[in-house]
Design a protein around this ligand. Structure first.
Ligand code: BDR
Ligand code: CA
Length: 314
C-alpha cells in the first residue's frame, strides 16, 4: 500500500517539486500552507496553481500568516517576488477548503490514525499549533518528515536554516512532540540539486515538465547569482523521497534541539552527533535520540529519479 502523506508547505520552487513527486509516488491526502517563502496568500495561490497545473485533485487548507512569536520577517529570497517566479502558472481552478490548516491537520491525522506521514517543508507553525490544540495529534501520526535545520552550516545565518529560523519556537515544539521524526537538513539538501542539464531535460518534456523547467531555470539563476552555486538545491523533496525510494539518503538516530535564545545562534538545530562513533553510538553525555537525521545523500541518483518523475507528467 502506498504511504499516506500530507504536505505542509510554502511554495517555493523546491516545494512545487516535492508536491509533484509525492503525488506520483505516494498517496497525497492533502496539502496545507504556511507563511515562509512568501506571504500566506501568495504561497497558498502558488500551491493551488501547482495542483491545477498537474491536474491533482487534492484538498488544500490555508494556514498561519505569522510565526508563533512576532510577525513574519520579510526576506528577499531565491524564489522571486511571487514566491514562485519563472513561469506563467495557470490560475488556480479551486479555492482552499473552509477549514484552517491547523484544524485540517488534526482532522486528517485523526482520520488516518497511525498511517499518516506529515511532511513539513516550510516553517512548523501550523504543526506546533496542532500539537497544542489537540494533545493526541502527535500520537496519531505515523511519522513527521522535516526539511529543516542542519547538522552543520545554515543558509539564513551561519548556523540557522531558513525553515527553522522562520519559527524556532514552533520547530522546538515539533522536535519535542514525541512523534517519530526524520530530518533532512541543509547539510544534505544543499548538495542535492538540479543543474543546467536537468533544467534542459525538463524544458524538453511535456507541459508540466516545461513549466517546471522554466521555474527551475529561474531558481538556478538565483542560486548562481547569490551563492555562486552550479546547482539549485531541491531541499524539500529530500524529505519525501525516502517513502518512495529507499537507500538514497542515509539517516542516523540523534538528539535534536532548537536554540531559541542565542544572540548569534537563534534558530540553530543542535544535533548531538556524538552518536556518530564507528559503533553508531557514544557512551556518555548523549541525549536520547528524538529524530533520524540525514547525514549523507546519493545526490545524483536522487535528482535523476526526481527529474524522471517530473518528466513522467504529461
Ligand atoms: C528551505 O527554505 C525554503 O526556501 C525552501 O523551500 C526550503 O524549504 C531551505 O532552507
Ligand atoms: Ca519550503
Amino acid at each position: 500500500m502506498r504511504t499516506k502523506i500530507l504536505i505542509d508547505c510554502d511554495p517555493g520552487h523546491d516545494d512545487a517539486v516535492a508536491i509533484l513527486y509525492a503525488a506520483k509516488h505516494l498517496d497525497l491526502v492533502g496539502v496545507t500552507t504556511c507563511h515562509g517563502n512568501n506571504t500566506i496568500e501568495n504561497v497558498t495561490r502558488n500551491a493551488l496553481s501547482v495542483l491545477t497545473l498537474a491536474g491533482l485533485v487534492v484538498p488544500l487548507a490555508q494556514g498561519c500568516a505569522d510565526p508563533l512569536v512576532g510577525r513574519k520577517a520579510l526576506v528577499v529570497n531565491a524564489h522571486g517576488k511571487s514566491g514562485l517566479d519563472g513561469t506563467d502558472l495557470p490560475e488556480p481552478d479551486r479555492a482552499p477548503v473552509a477549514a484552517h490548516a491547523v484544524d485540517f491537520l488534526i482532522d486528517m491525522a485523526s482520520t488516518h490514525r497511525g498511517e499518516l506521514v506529515l511532511a513539513v517543508i516550510g516553517p512548523a507553525t501550523n504543526v506546533a499549533l496542532a500539537i497544542k490544540k489537540e494533545p493526541r495529534f502527535a500520537s496519531w501520526l505515523r511519522e513527521i518528515t522535516v526539511m529543516g535545520g542542519s547538522t552543520a552550516l545554515g543558509n539564513i545565518t551561519p548556523v540557522a536554516e531558513y525553515n527553522v529560523w522562520c519559527d524556532p519556537e514552533a520547530a522546538a515544539e515539533m522536535f519535542a512532540c514525541g512523534a517519530p521524526i526524520r530530518m533532512a537538513g541543509y547539510n544534505v539538501t544543499s548538495v542535492t540539486g538540479t543543474n543546467e542539464a536537468d533544467v534542459n531535460r525538463l524544458l524538453g518534456g511535456g507541459r508540466v515538465a516545461r513549466h517546471m523547467g522554466e521555474l527551475l531555470a529561474f531558481y538556478l539563476g538565483k542560486q548562481r547569482d547569490r551563492f555562486g552555486f552550479d546547482i539549485a538545491p531541491m531541499h524539500d523533496v529530500c524529505a519525501i523521497v525516502p517513502y518512495a525510494q529507499e537507500g538514497l539518503i542515509e539517516y542516523r538516530p540523534c538528539h535534536v534541539d532548537v536554540e531559541l535564545n542565542g544572540r548569534l545562534t537563534r534558530g540553530m538545530t543542535v544535533c548531538d552527533l556524538r552518536t556518530l562513533t564507528p559503533q553508531g553510538r557514544a557512551d556518555r553525555g548523549v541525549g536520547e535520540a528524538n529524530a533520524l537525521v540525514a547525514i549523507r545523500t546519493e545526490a545524483r541518483r536522487l535528482i535523476d529519479h526526481v527529474v524522471a518523475t517530473v518528466l513522467s507528467y504529461s
